[in-house]
Structures are given as structure tokens and as C-alpha cells.
Ligand binder design. Structure first.
Ligand code: ADP
Ligand code: ZN
Ligand code: ZN
Length: 800
């Protein structure tokens, strides 16, 4: 028997399958999706088994050195997804598989075979019985070389007599805990107690309400019964005691405490269509367009509930989980211990624990950021992507995948629906819904009494003319002081992305644009010049505004700290909570700040992008946006879309409950459609206008994009190779494709490497992928020597 293995050496030359001989004793065990240790040249390295076969064309094969898993860590489905991913995103196969697994799996583990119930099953084959004479755990290494024993191991695993325990040889080790469950019925157990055994009684009652049992220490603590009296209950046969693996629970173990709400008519209609897709095993992609506060989450919850009732599983993606703790809580509250939470703020060990719960089918709901889309479920009933327009769903390093694409691919396999939810759908998704590729469903009413908050645009040019030189408009100051005097709370949002890279006229709001690309120019300190990052156009920094000739033309941007200082000068008595990268560095500080604000320990929450999402505070009735346009002038064709989405999202934080909300948006470009239309809550209008721009300027969703970035330590070499690549591409591609560049990248030098880029806009270009692969092959050696780098980003989201 032979195993086809992809080895853990991410290079062009090794991006293929290698055949290894499977030692006879492992034949019954080895399966695709298991990690193995293989000889590779002089080294021993890890690999992933992709296939098992009876023969091989390779003349001389070497045997596998070790099996690292006893049950596959990747399903056949995920193995196939990996192949698709490596093809679509142009990454190495092994890189795709690594992205699917928790990083803790990269460390080495010793394996033990433990008796599942802590006792010896009578059916356990003889040759395995002997190993368990004096112990409940047998080292894998002791049995792996014997063929007959290994066959028994396989049988025993399938029967559930034994379990595999992985013990990490490093810090992420698995913890154990003494665990008790009630063996008898409550009445039976209580009947055998002495009348004065108050604490034991309490312990029994407590345990009766926890079907899965409790840790002995927890039971003791909660019932005030000592260990010795609890042990007596074990001896009497009332409690069952065992050793259990303890998961490092990053969230409090929660009982389900929320129940389904009665849906509004709108919600019920949307739920109905999603539920019927799950019921009919239909791989429909829904675009759920629901304004903020329209009750999307409740629809998600009930759609998941329906899938779970059919013994299926669910994946929920949220943009950046550490920024959306309230969202995670809602899933935990509804589904309790059925939920695993996967996100990057967890430690390696915690993440691994959560992943293991999914792998062992101990949970049926996975909630997490982007990579949770790879949760190794085998019976998916629904996938939900909340805030589907968020760009964090696109990974910016290899594999450069978009979670939405993976979700749709997985759903096709499992024949289940995908729900893309947003108040401001991405243009791509909205356009697909228009073309009926996605099924469009809408929630148009806010739950509760409140309609949209009232939005005022404060024109900062007028403020300047009126002699107000502060960073706060009069409208904002008035609304803020009134809100606070009413005993309500305010959120101040500072949009910091694109900080001081663009140049704007303070008098008329004019921003320098590239004459060829419809994109704002970026200031380069080095050359003291304005540059276009798409086509390379360059011009000197103007002394006066080309439009109104004012000399007040300068960089734009301020920090949150500055805002705080300025605000305190004007209103010395207000209490401000500042939330930005500086104040949230430590683990848990984010949640602490939010709790403090919820408890009304401050009047104002001041922050950056971090506070735009998912926050829901009863007393917040005013939202102020400082500098609405900072993002508008990034060298990115999605700038208007991002601005519209962000402003809509931020405004949605005001007046979500009983009290009416008010919003002030400060800007120097009040006439920009993204700002005007977000103030009038007009998504449809925005969609129409932005689609026109995209069509005219040939961007997605009318064209696909590929971004090729070339880096080299030497500027001349970099430019030369970029030129060659561009020439090669232009020879291969059809006349319909548009090739831009090569030009220096928006960030022209990173870590002493120069960067050039080519952008390809295309509609249908079957020769593009092969051409890009040829380029990669051509440069394979130089890439491996790290002399030259060629980075390919299909459908890029980060233009920098
Ligand atoms: P969205 O996710 O669309 O922003 P939410 O699901 O957060 O909206 O709903 C807004 C608020 O309305 C939440 O506090 C939620 O608990 C509540 N809510 C949702 N659906 C209902 C319902 N059918 N009946 C009563 N309250 C609801
Ligand atoms: Zn001007
Ligand atoms: Zn340009």
C-alpha cells in the first residue's frame, strides 16, 4: 500500500505529491487527511496524506516514518477544498492545508490510547487486553509496530472502547480534571441520603440539573460539600467519577439562557425561505439585506436552530471577533455548550481546544472569524456570514482566499444554504443578487419603535469661514452637550485610516486626483510629490489649491488622543473613554472598556474603527463622526463604498432602543455621494451611483482583478523584472484584458525591498491563471533563494 503525501515544504518545486510506502502494521489505519512524518532527503518532515493507493509509478519508495494522527484532521471534503483553494488563489497545496488547521497541530504530540470508560471492555481483543493490565493508558509507540495489535486498535477505536489522547510535548498541553455525573435518578439518589446530609443533598440536586456533569472542584465549591463527603457519594454508587480532558474554556461555560423570540412578519418570511433551503438540501446563497437593528441576528439564530434540529451543523462568521463580543454572547446564550468559538485573540492552546471540540463532534455550532470557515464539520446545514461586506473576510497573506467563496464552495458540497447578511451589502454581492445568482431577501423595518436616527451633515468649510478653528463643529458641540445634560451617552468616531496621506484644501475640500484614474493622489514625503499608485502619474505638491487658490491646502488627519485633549479643553467636566490601539493592547481590555461604558462610567466613548461594529448600548443617543472623508481619499477604488458602509454602520449605533437617536457627520466634502446618501439612508441610491462609477472605470463587479506584486532589494532589478512580467502577460492575455503598470506599489519599499506592481482587469480570461503559473515557474529558483518575490493576489481587497 502507498500513501500520496504533500510535504510541509512550501516551495514551487515541492508543490506536488510524493508517494511513500505504508508499513503493513499501519495499513488498516492510515487514511487521507492524516498527518504523517516522512523522510525527505536527509530530513524528517511532516506531510499530509491525500490518497491511499495499491500501486505507484515511482520506482523506489521510502516508508512512512510515523502516523501523527489516528483520525483524519481534514475530511475528504476539506482536502478537495484545499486543492481548489491552491488553484484559485495560486498558493502551494500545503499552504492551503495549513490554513485550515490550528497552529497548535504543528507542534509535536505524543499519543496515548486510553480506555474510554476508564474500565476494560470485555470484548476488547486479547492482544490489546494485555497492555491494559495495570494501566488505563497505553503509549502509542508501544503498539504501533505490531500489525495484529494495530488492527485491534482500529477496531477498538471504531467501537468507542478506547480514545486517543494527544499530549503535547510543548506548552499547549491538555489538562485533566476530575469529573462527576449523577448515576441514579434524582429521587433515587435523594432517598438513600440521611436526613441531615444537607450538603450532599444540595450537591445531588445541583448535579441533577447538569446532565453533562460538573468538575468535582466546581461541585464542591457550589454546594459547599467537602471532597470527602462527595467521595462517599461516589463510593455509594450515586455519583460516577472519571478523569476528563479539560478544555481551556476561553468563555464562561454558559447554559442556554435565551429563547427564540416571536418573529415579526418580515423576519418570519426571511426565516421561512432560509429554513426551506436547509430542509430541501438546497445550496442557495441568500443575500440578507437588513438595516441595522432589523433583527438579522435573531433570524440567524432561528435558522441555525432549525439546522441543529435536523442533526446538522452550522458555521457563523463574524468580521473580527474581538471587536464583536456582544455578537458572540448572543450565540453562546442561545446554544450554550453546543458552540465553539474560534478567533485569533485566543492563545494557541485555547484555539486548539475549540477546534478539537468541532473535530470530535462535541459541538455543532462554530462561531469565528474568517478561518472558522474551515471548521471540520461533516454535516453542514447552514453557513452564515454576518457583515458580509467586511474586507477582513479576505485573507491578505497566502492563501489569499475570501471566506465568502469558500463558504459557497463548502455549501455546494453539503447542499446547504449560505446566508450573507449586511445592512450595506458589498457591491459584488448586491450585483450578484441583481443577477439572481444570490437569492435576495430584505428586512426593511427596525425592531421596536425607533426609525432611523436623524443625520445632520456639518460642513467644516463653513465652520472655518465662520471662524470656528476647532475640530468640532457647532452642530456637534450642541448635540453633544445636550445629550450629556439629558443624562444620555454619546459615541464619537474618528476615522483614522488613510491618516495624513492625502492632501486636501481646508477651504473648499478639494482633494488632488489622478487625471487618468479617478483615484486620489498619495503624498510621498521622500520626493515631496503627489503620486498615483495605479498608473504612476506624478505631480509636484501644490502650494495653493488648484480649484480655489487657497493656501490652506495640507495633509489631513488627527489622532484620538488629540481629539480627547481638545474636547476636554472645551468641556472639562465630561468623562471620556478612549478606545484605540493604544488603550486596548492588553488582553480583555477591550471588553472592560465596553463594560465600563455600558455601566455609564463615562459620557463619551471615543474611538476609531474599533467602535463602529456591533455595539448596542441602550443609552447612546448621539453619534458624532469626525472627518468622514479620510477613507474617501485612499488610493482604492472601493473608497466610496467603504465610506458609505462605515458611516451607515456608525450612525446605526445611535438610538437603537427606546430613545431617539441623532447623528452629526463632519466633513469637508459634504457633496460627495457616499456621504450624502449615507446621511439619507439611501443604499439603493448609493448602489446605483457607485455601479455607474465602477462600470465607467472598469472595476469590480464589472471586471475581475488580479494584482501581481514584484519585490526585490535592488530597485533597478525590481523594475526590470516587473517590466518582463508585464510583457509576458500582455503577450498571453486577450485584447479584452486591461493591463495596468508596471508601476511602483503604493508602499514602494517594505523592509528594504522595492515593490512594483501590475494590475490586470479582466472579464473572461482562461489564459490568465496558466500565464501566472508560468511566471511563478520561471522565477521559482530566484523566489526560493528569496532574491525575487512575485506575489499574486486574485481579487485583491487591499490595494496598498
Ligand atoms: P441586527 O442584527 O439586524 O442589527 P438585531 O438582531 O441585533 O438586529 O436586533 C435588534 C434588537 O431587536 C436586538 O436587541 C434584538 O434582541 C431585538 N429583536 C430582534 N428580533 C426581535 C423580535 N422578533 N422581537 C423582539 N425583539 C427582537
Ligand atoms: Zn480649495
Ligand atoms: Zn493614475
Amino acid at each position: 500500500m502507498f500513501a500520496s503525501v504533500v510535504v510541509d515544504v512550501p516551495t514551487q518545486q515541492t508543490d506536488r505529491l510524493y508517494d511513500y510506502e505504508v508499513p503493513e502494521s499501519w495499513e488498516a489505519l492510515v487514511q487521507p487527511g492524516m498527518r504523517v512524518l516522512v523522510p525527505f532527503g536527509p530530513r524528517k518532515i511532516q506531510g499530509m496524506v491525500l490518497a491511499i493507493k495499491a500501486s505507484t509509478d515511482v520506482l523506489k519508495t521510502k516508508p512512512l516514518i510515523a502516523l501523527l494522527d489516528l483520525t483524519p484532521v481534514l475530511t475528504e471534503e476539506l482536502l478537495a477544498i484545499g486543492k481548489w483553494l491552491s488553484n484559485e488563489t495560486m498558493c502551494f497545496l500545503i499552504t492551503a492545508y495549513q490554513a485550515m488547521l490550528p497552529s497548535a497541530l504543528k507542534s509535536t504530540y505524543s499519543k496515548k490510547l486510553v480506555l474510554a470508560d476508564g474500565r476494560l471492555p470485555s470484548d476488547l481483543p486479547e492482544e490489546l487486553q494485555v497492555f491494559y493490565k495495570n494501566q488505563r493508558a497505553v503509549l502509542w509507540d508501544d503498539v504501533e509496530s505490531n500489525l495484529q495489535t494495530m488492527k485491534s486498535v482500529k477496531l477498538a477505536l471504531e467501537e468507542g472502547w478506547i480514545d486517543v489522547l494527544y499530549e503535547a510535548k510543548d506548552q499547549t498541553s491538555i489538562k485533566h480534571v476530575k469529573w462527576v455525573t449523577l448515576k441514579q435518578s434524582l429521587t433515587e439518589a435523594l432517598a438513600s441520603l440521611a436526613a441531615n446530609a444537607v450538603r450532599q443533598r444540595e450537591a445531588i440536586q445541583l448535579l441533577a440539573s447538569h446532565k453533562d456533569g460538573l468538575a468535582l472542584s466546581v461541585l464542591s465549591q457550589r454546594s459547599n460539600a467537602g471532597y470527602s463527603s462527595l467521595n462517599k457519594l461516589v463510593e455509594k454508587g450515586i455519583f460516577h467519577l472519571e478523569e476528563r480532558e479539560l478544555y481551556r474554556e476561553p468563555y464562561e461555560l454558559m447554559e442556554s439562557t435565551s429563547t427564540p423570540l416571536d418573529l415579526t412578519e418580515e423576519q418570519a418570511a426571511v426565516l421561512e425561505s432560509i429554513v426551506s433551503a436547509t430542509d430541501q438540501s438546497s445550496a442557495t446563497t441568500f443575500l440578507l439585506h437588513g438595516i441595522t437593528g432589523s433583527g438579522k441576528t435573531e433570524v440567524y439564530l432561528q435558522a441555525i436552530d432549525n439546522a441543529l434540529k435536523q442533526d446538522k451543523q452550522a458555521i457563523v462568521l463574524v468580521p473580527e471577533i474581538s471587536l464583536t463580543p456582544m455578537m458572540v454572547d448572543r450565540f453562546k446564550k442561545r446554544f450554550g455548550s453546543k458552540v465553539a468559538v474560534l478567533h485569533s485573540a485566543l492563545s494557541k492552546g485555547e484555539r486548539y481546544d475549540e477546534w478539537r471540540k468541532i473535530h470530535r463532534k462535541e459541538v455543532t455550532v462554530a462561531v469565528g472569524a474568517r478561518s472558522a470557515i474551515f471548521a471540520p464539520f461533516d454535516r453542514l446545514g447552514i453557513v452564515i456570514i454576518d457583515e458580509e461586506h467586511e474586507t477582513s473576510y479576505k485573507q491578505e497573506e497566502h492563501p489569499r482566499y475570501h471566506a465568502r467563496d469558500v463558504a459557497i464552495k463548502r455549501a455546494a458540497f453539503h447542499k446547504c444554504p449560505v446566508v450573507l447578511g449586511s445592512a450595506t451589502p458589498s457591491l459584488e454581492s448586491r450585483a450578484r443578487a441583481q443577477k439572481k445568482r444570490y437569492h435576495y431577501v430584505q428586512l426593511e423595518k427596525r425592531i421596536g419603535k425607533q426609525s432611523y436616527p436623524e443625520v445632520t451633515i456639518a460642513d467644516m468649510r463653513d465652520e472655518l469661514k465662520a471662524g470656528n478653528r476647532s475640530m468640532f463643529s457647532r452642530q456637534l458641540m450642541d448635540a453633544l452637550t445636550e445629550t450629556i445634560s439629558r443624562g444620555e451617552q454619546a459615541v464619537l468616531f474618528l476615522n483614522r485610516r488613510g491618516f495624513s496621506t492625502f492632501v486636501m484644501c481646508r477651504d473648499c475640500g478639494y482633494v488632488l486626483q489622478c487625471p487618468h484614474c479617478d483615484i486620489s493622489l498619495t503624498y510621498h514625503k521622500h520626493h515631496h510629490a503627489m503620486k498615483c499608485h495605479y498608473c504612476g502619474h506624478q505631480e509636484p505638491l501644490p502650494r495653493a489649491c488648484p480649484k480655489c487658490e487657497s493656501e490652506h491646502i495640507r495633509f489631513f488627519g488627527t489622532g484620538t488622543q488629540k481629539v480627547e485633549e481638545e474636547l476636554l479643553k472645551l468641556l472639562p467636566d465630561i468623562r471620556i473613554l478612549r478606545m484605540d490601539v493604544d488603550t486596548t493592547k492588553r488582553k480583555g481590555s477591550h471588553a472592560k472598556l465596553l463594560d465600563a461604558f455600558e455601566a455609564h462610567e463615562a459620557d463619551v466613548l471615543l474611538g476609531t474603527q474599533m467602535i463602529a461594529k456591533g455595539l448596542d448600548f441602550r443609552k447612546v443617543t448621539f453619534v458624532g463622526v469626525l472627518a468622514a472623508e479620510t477613507m474617501l481619499h485612499l488610493p482604492d477604488f472601493r473608497a466610496a463604498e467603504k465610506t458609505f458602509q462605515l458611516l451607515t454602520q456608525v450612525s446605526g449605533r445611535a438610538g437603537r432602543h427606546e430613545l431617539p437617536g441623532q447623528v452629526v457627520i463632519q466633513t469637508y466634502t459634504p457633496e460627495h455621494y457616499s456621504i450624502m446618501l449615507s446621511a439619507s439612508h439611501d443604499y439603493a441610491g448609493f448602489y446605483k451611483q457607485e455601479m455607474q462609477f465602477r462600470k465607467l472605470s472598469q472595476y469590480p463587479p464589472f471586471y475581475y482583478l488580479a494584482l501581481v506584486t514584484i519585490t526585490h532589494e535592488d530597485l533597478m532589478e525590481c523594475a526590470k523584472e516587473a517590466e518582463k512580467i508585464a510583457r509576458h502577460l500582455s503577450q498571453e492575455l486577450s485584447d479584452e484584458a486591461i493591463l495596468l503598470g508596471p508601476v511602483a506599489s503604493p508602499i514602494p519599499k517594505i523592509k528594504d525591498r522595492f515593490r512594483y506592481q501590475c494590475m490586470i482587469k479582466y472579464k473572461d480570461e482562461p489564459k490568465l491563471q496558466p500565464a501566472l503559473k508560468q511566471i511563478m515557474a520561471l522565477y521559482a529558483e530566484r523566489i526560493q533563494k528569496k532574491e525575487l518575490q512575485v506575489l499574486i493576489d486574485m481579487q485583491p481587497y487591499s490595494m496598498l
